[in-house]
Design a protein around this ligand. Sequence first.
Ligand SMILES: [Zn+2]
Length: 116
Amino acid sequence: MQHMPDDPSLLPAPWWVPDGGMHDLEVELRRELSPGHPLHEAEVTAAARCEGCDDILFRVANRPFPWAVVHLTWKGRKERAPWPMTTPLTSLAELLTEWADHGCNGTEASSPESRS
Ligand SMILES: [Zn+2]
């Protein structure tokens, strides 16, 4: 039986947890959320970020899903839903299974191969 971590600091690369927190990411997310977005007025805490594509894992306190992966647009103001693109997760295990290959896996991102 495999025990899946619910601690984001235990997530494998490319997920990582910066020292000093990610308060600026939470602030930016709140700026971008507009009414109609699944995370609008949710209590979110930045938990980890993806080194490959800058997706952010947020812990969500008052929604049916406890986690969400968000790709911030860094527009600095309200986006129109569904932006910023958000993927709700029911567990961190999903992040390592269905969501593990979201286009920026280490092998792909760091591949020096170029077809010329
Ligand atoms: Zn990524």
